[in-house]
Design a protein around this ligand. Sequence first.
Ligand code: FMN
Length: 454
Amino acid sequence: MKVLVLNGSPKGSLSFSLQCFDFLKTQFPGNHYEVIHVGQRINAIEKRQKTFTSLIEKLKEAELIIWLSPVYYFAVPAQLKRFVEIIYERKIEYLFKGKYACVLTTSLHFADYLVQNYINAICDDLGMNFLEGFSTSLADMQKPGGKNELKLFFKFLLDNISRGIAYNRKYPPLHFNSNSYTPEESHQHLPEIKNIKMTLLTDMDNQSGNLQQMINVFTGIVPGQIKLVNLNVINIKAGCFHCLHCTVDGICVHEDDVARVFHQYLLPADIIIFAAAIRERYLSARWKMFIDRLLFNGLSPAFPGKQTGFLIAGPLQQLPDLRYMLETYVQTQGMNNIGFISDEYEQPEDLTKAIYHFTQSLLWAVENNYRKPMTFHGVGGHKIFRDFFYEYPHLYWKDHMYYKKNNLYDFPQKRKIRSIKNKLNSFFCRFTRFRSRILKRARISYFQSIKKLF
Ligand SMILES: Cc1cc2nc3c(=O)[nH]c(=O)nc-3n(C[C@H](O)[C@H](O)[C@H](O)COP(=O)(O)O)c2cc1C
């Protein structure tokens, strides 16, 4: 079988994802394998005709396409997102149609399923025959039997293909709203509130239509209070390629505007608004490039206590995973999300009203210091990153110091008295004589402690 590997990792042949695949190649030598480092070579694919033509030739020949992707901030890296955009811009979708596809992701397992689902959905859109993927981590591969699991996955995949298995698409095609949003000439304003700083980040351009109108309405409601940063205008030299230079001293190897925007516009703001249009089931690659590059500040919460919200143009209601990706991003950054406003309203006046109320809520949240507790997205992320920084402090020194300083190494075994009590209870619970008494007491004291709390 002719297998084409699209390696989305910006690290190319040095990537862990590719090492996993190289292992499979040695285990299944009977196939013909080709690898294209689409993540690392994205500029050449975009700008050099020769590289693009060779890509097309390889795509034509492939029978099975395997996407390799690390998880970068709960989504694919910016470079791989750009590759997906190029497929549509250059109209080469036909090269994927009808072919078998699969995905292999590597990560710390935090939100890895979102990347698996994302590639699945893109393959569905391309008319490919997608078969279940595999998600692994370095820790998985180091476990006894870990490599064997990977080997079995590939065997399972090849066997399924040889049996001609085909499944229905899992993700329905997206329907884009064709209503263009023309807001009424005049709408309500809110009084300027001194000392509240707002930054709106966007990648809008002249063709942004509804997004541009939504931003105009939003900025018009609180005139003079918002700093606008356009990601298309600032200088972003390249995407993050996980070189780890920044994780010790917080300085990125790319010298451009990302750190300046972060320090000058994001850190001082009380409210940060993300305004974006949906492209190929995510935000634009430009947006993703900016998000990935914020790694220079570490994976720890960069914006604790700030209020945030999203203005989105596109079919957000049909993309629950995109909401999870964005929600996870803001929660792990320590932000309080006021919500998502998308242009999916039937009537323009309803959308204007929603933006007005959204703005009111944001200001109210700042004035009242309103914070919701984190949900699974934030809590899960905290625990996974906590364990990782604790295990590899030298690699993520800046994050390690942040976790230490802010008491975020909150391992349960650190609570010594509770730990001793639990051990004693566990010991006595082995004896039926004590068990029912201990459990009864636990139920009562649990309830009493809640009552006391309120
Ligand atoms: C910018 C950036 C963001 C990351 N975000 C996540 C994440 O959201 N979830 C996760 O589990 N791992 C995350 N990681 C870790 C990588 O997914 C992991 O190291 C991966 O195995 C790297 O694969 P590669 O060597 O093939 O590029 C992130 C790494 C980087 C550089």
